[in-house]
Write a protein that binds this ligand. Structure first.
Ligand SMILES: Cc1cc2nc3c(=O)[nH]c(=O)nc-3n(C[C@H](O)[C@H](O)[C@H](O)COP(=O)(O)O)c2cc1C
Length: 203
């Protein structure tokens, strides 16, 4: 099993990065033989999508459509397609995923998806048919857990993107709320449990 973690936080060693590490620890507890890789999007050169639609118009039989932009997405897209299990982490900034995360998701949208038919004609559906699982870690500085569903668009976005662009089944998520007050340690056990769930059963 090949686990890929994508970190969309601007800070290494802080909340999201730490909790993603705990998820990977948990995942490897259940599946000691798994390989894992963590990618910090902030370390990579990822340009904005240009909406040129070269990818969307490319041959739908290709597992990865051609992108007109040459940057580190050339290396990252094949890693996403090869992954059996995915961990996505982002802080909640202004109620949503970070700009870094969204830049990455936009670039990986029509390169990994093709125009489909559901829920309406033209919506993205995955180019690959590989089955895989995904979990999500989001952290919010001030908003506590009980207000999550009013103030967290990040989890919804990640879940929907993973389904429509990669065919990944969401098997759980962790919302680390009010971390400025509660601290990261309050969520580490939950993050390990999330990791165990990721690798507990075949994709
Ligand atoms: C520009 C900006 C916007 C933010 N917006 C929110 C927000 O809407 N709700 C919230 O609870 N925290 C907000 N925060 C706090 C971050 O969520 C918090 O610092 C982050 O979860 C910590 O993650 P990290 O340690 O991985 O950087 C914001 C932080 C920044 C820098």
């Amino acid at each position: 099993m090949n686990i890929l973690a994508i970190v969309g936080s601007y800070r290494k060693g802080h909340v999201v990065d730490t909790l993603v590490d705990r998820v990977l620890e948990g995942a490897l507890q259940t599946h000691p033989g798994a390989g894992s890789e963590k990618i910090h999007l902030g370390d990579r050169r990822i340009e904005y999508c240009r909406n040129c639609m070269v990818c969307k118009k490319d041959d739908p039989a290709k597992p990865i459509a051609h992108c007109a932009v040459r940057d580190d997405m050339d290396e990252l897209l094949p890693k996403l397609v090869a992954a059996d299990a995915l961990v996505f982490g982002t802080p909640v900034n202004i109620g949503a995923a970070t700009a870094l995360t969204k830049t990455f998701l936009e670039r990986a949208c029509w390169t990994l998806a093709k125009p489909g038919h559901r829920p309406i004609e033209g919506c993205p559906e995955p180019r690959t048919t590989k089955s895989r699982r995904a979990v999500f870690v989001v952290s919010a500085g001030t908003v506590p857990c009980w207000l999550r569903w009013f103030c967290d668009d990040a989890t919804k976005l990640l879940k929907s993107w993973c389904g429509s662009c990669l065919g990944a089944k969401a098997v759980g998520s962790l919302y680390a709320g009010a971390v400025e007050k509660r601290g990261v340690a309050a969520y580490e056990a939950k993050a390990r449990a999330l990791g165990r769930r990721l690798t507990a059963a075949p994709p």
